[in-house]
Design a protein around this ligand. Structure first.
Ligand code: MOS
Length: 725
């Protein structure tokens, strides 16, 4: 029995009309490519009329609902769970905890480590606050929730360590998943010989992905396969992770994610707690089970971006040329799971210097395992580096724009590799022109409007680019349309629309003839909507399959399907520095009477490779700049040092920038093309976020004359340093 009701296909977007002509494949017949032209979201009408279904929306027969119970202590062990009251409550069908949960493969890891922290309900240990310790399953959500409240859990508490800093004695070299720590030249000698030295610490707090859609998974067994609907950024990665975790053959797991209401990294970790618990429950109870986290549980049990504590030392000559860059970055990890917040990425590639040293330190604590969020590594790293660069400009009395231009490298400063292409300078120059940077007085605290202090700032930024292995298949149908199947996900970014255009271009036809099928692990290996690499990775696979199909098509019997996998092509790429770039400019006001910082203008110029869809790409980089603003001024995951618990696990306490916080934002693209990609694509996912916080902090310095080296720039912090007078 398939509990999914009929007509609930993830990909109901059928091509308009029923063309009957043969497939158009002759170049002479090639319509203008939709790539590079603004295309409205293909699923837009379905979304705004409410007919798309997210993971928790799919109607299903015989569905039971699980409510998660989380630990209220931050370390220790479970002394007892009394289920007697809960089990007798209306509609309750079972309680799953460490005593009856299926055993998971202890060797199973996540994509980034030996244990992504997802070995739930395997023993009585409590490794951190908010840890899922039981699932109560009932006929309705309300019954499950009521029964969960009736569970009596007792603990043996143990002391916990949740306090983080660069100097924490447990700090150790981070396990590296991306490159090694860098050492070129003699950093100490260059620093000692530099006429200008900046040596400062920068701090960013824990941040949450905070996607609008809470994490939900529905799991059921059908014909010997574990069927899953999940809020995931990568159905294929999720299927592989579940297979390993539950010791299943990969063919036994199918994951679908038709529509995902935002990810921001929080749905990228392979397998979230909602899915581990739903898969366990359906295995124990033998019926479909849906587990949806509450908003509070999303904060408590889904991986956040770790707090970082970074020391940057920059030595520069009086001409503004860097002589040394020393970047030591510490970040928190959970004792449960490895992770690398790669804060030093930009320090390896953004500026030329004869001596560069980067060090990454992980501090293991009794906390929820951190993971990727919105430009992982680069975003907190950029805040530190681009703030420090502004401080160098300040000490030199130099235009911060000019400082960047003077330190533009010709090859990768650490790697020595050529850049595939590098259009940071055009972003800086064109952004400066549009923003009106030339008239800026670079001294701080010079502009006032009434009682408001006004300042401007900028930051340069890069984000690594490069496709990852994916497969796709393309079918020429008998009715003249093409079916394009790729295990992509559209997490709200517009991937369906972008891939439809790319497929149309690759098949020399119009988007109306493309039927795109995505969001299903059965479609074959595919990279996730993550790392700003979705569009480039999936497009490459589609392009390869389409080219092969076109070569086979003439005279062939239809339907004809061709499948491609990009692993081999990617392996042939020469090693190069591949990055997207941007320059962000900002104007802020600071009210010295209230401490309030308001961003008045944000302008971003981007070099992101070929822009597949200018309309949606612009939306995406603007969204990125909004989350950068949110990071600069608002977002701060807080733990109570006494209890170790999250104290602001909701949208009341954890403020995400809202409409009223957002100013006039301009974003545009410079001409760019990635030579290593068959379609010239880099990526637009995260580059908008990366530089924005530093640009804002630099503008706040320019307005007030005081550096903000700790995010967010809360008004109470501004008031501490600028008491009203
Ligand atoms: Mo993104 S933070 O790489 O999912």
């Amino acid at each position: 029995m398939n509990p999914i009701s009929a007509g609930a296909s993830a990909d109901a977007e059928k091509p308009a009309g029923h063309p009957t002509a043969a497939p158009r494949t002759d170049p002479a017949d090639r319509p203008m490519s939709p790539v590079g032209t603004p295309q409205a979201r293909v699923e837009g009408p379905a979304k705004v009329t409410g007919s798309v279904r997210y993971a928790a929306d799919e109607p299903m027969e015989n569905l039971a609902f699980g409510h998660v119970v989380t630990s209220t202590v931050s370390r220790g062990r479970i002394a007892g769970i009394d289920v007697s009251a809960a089990e007798g409550m209306p509609g309750v069908r079972g309680v799953i905890d460490h005593r009856n949960a299926p055993r998971l493969n202890p060797e199973a890891g996540s994509f980034f480590g030996p244990d992504g922290g997802m070995h739930l309900l395997q023993n009585d240990e409590i490794p951190c606050s908010g840890r899922p310790i039981a699932l109560v399953v009932a006929e309705t959500i309300e019954q499950a929730r009521a029964a969960a409240a009736a569970l009596r859990v007792t603990y043996e508490e143990a002391p916990h360590d949740t306090g983080f800093s660069l100097d924490h004695p447990a700090g150790r070299p981070a396990v590296s998943f991306f490159g090694e720590d860098a050492t070129i030249g003699d950093v100490d000698a260059e620093l000692a010989a530099s006429p200008v030295v900046v040596d400062e610490r920068y701090h960013t707090p824990q941040q949450h992905g905070a996607a609008m859609e809470p994490h939900s998974a529905t799991a059921w067994w059908e014909d010997g396969r574990l069927q899953i609907l999940d809020s995931t950024q990568g159905p294929f990665l999720t299927a592989m992770t579940v297979a390993t975790l539950f010791s299943l053959d990969p063919q036994q797991v199918r994951v679908r994610a038709a529509h995902v209401g935002g990810g921001f990294g929080s749905k990228s970790a392979g397998c979230g707690p909602q899915l581990v618990l739903a898969a366990m429950a359906t295995t124990v109870l033998g019926r479909p089970v849906r587990v949806t986290l509450t908003r509070k549980q999303v904060f408590q049990a889904v991986s956040p971006r770790p707090a970082t504590d970074q020391r940057i030392r920059i030595g520069a000559g009086t001409d503004g040329r860097l002589r040394a860059l020393d970047h030591a970055a510490a970040f928190e990890v959970s004792k449960l799971a490895e992770y690398l917040e790669n804060c030093t990425e930009l320090s390896n590639t953004l500026y030329a210097a004869p001596a560069i040293r980067t060090r990454r330190t992980a501090v293991p604590l009794d906390i929820l395992p951190p993971y990727s969020v919105r430009g992982p590594g680069a975003t907190p790293g950029s805040f530190a580096l681009e703030s420090a660069m502004d401080e160098v400009a300040e000490r030199l009395g130099m235009d911060p724009l000019e400082l960047r231009l003077r330190n533009e490298p010709t090859v990768g400063p650490v790697s020595g590799l050529p850049f595939s292409n590098r259009n940071l300078v055009p972003c800086l120059r064109e952004g400066a022109r549009r923003f009106g940077w030339a008239t800026r007085d670079h001294r701080p605290r010079r502009r006032r409007e009434g009682r408001l202090l006004v300042g401007t700032g900028l930051a340069a930024t890069s984000f690594s680019a490069g496709a990852l292995p994916s497969s796709a298949s393309v079918t020429a149908e008998t009715d003249g349309t093409f079916t394009v199947a790729v295990g992509a996900t559209d997490i709200g970014t517009g991937a369906r629309t972008a891939l439809t255009a790319v497929a149309a271009e690759a098949l020399h036809t119009g988007p109306e003839r493309i039927r795109l099928v995505i969001a299903d692990s059965d479609l074959g290996p595919a990279w996730s909507a993550g790392g700003s690499r979705g569009t480039t990775s999936w497009s490459w696979a589609i392009t390869e399959a389409a080219a092969e199909l076109r070569s086979q098509l003439r005279g062939a019997a239809l339907p004809l399907t061709v499948t491609a996998d990009t692993t081999a092509s990617l392996g042939k790429l020469p090693p190069m520095e591949r990055h997207a770039y941007s320059a962000v400019f900002c104007e802020t006001t600071v009210d010295p009477a209230t401490g309030e910082v308001r961003v008045r203008r944000l302008l971003g110029m981007f070099a992101v490779g070929r822009v597949v869809n200018p309309l949606l790409a612009r939306s995406q980089v603007i969204g990125g700049m909004i989350t950068g603003l949110s990071m600069a001024l608002h977002e701060e995951g807080s733990r109570d040092p006494v209890t170790g618990r999250h104290v602001n696990a909701d949208f009341a306490g954890y403020h995400i920038a809202a409409h009223a916080d957002i100013p006039d934002i301009e974003a545009d693209f410079v001409q760019d093309y990635e030579p290593g990609d068959p379609s010239g694509i880099k990526g637009v996912g995260e580059i908008g976020t990366v530089g924005t916080a530093a640009a804002i902090a630099n503008a706040v310095w320019h307005a007030t004359g005081t550096r903000r080296r700790s995010l967010p720039i809360r008004l109470d912090r501004v008031l501490e340093e600028h008491p009203p007078r």
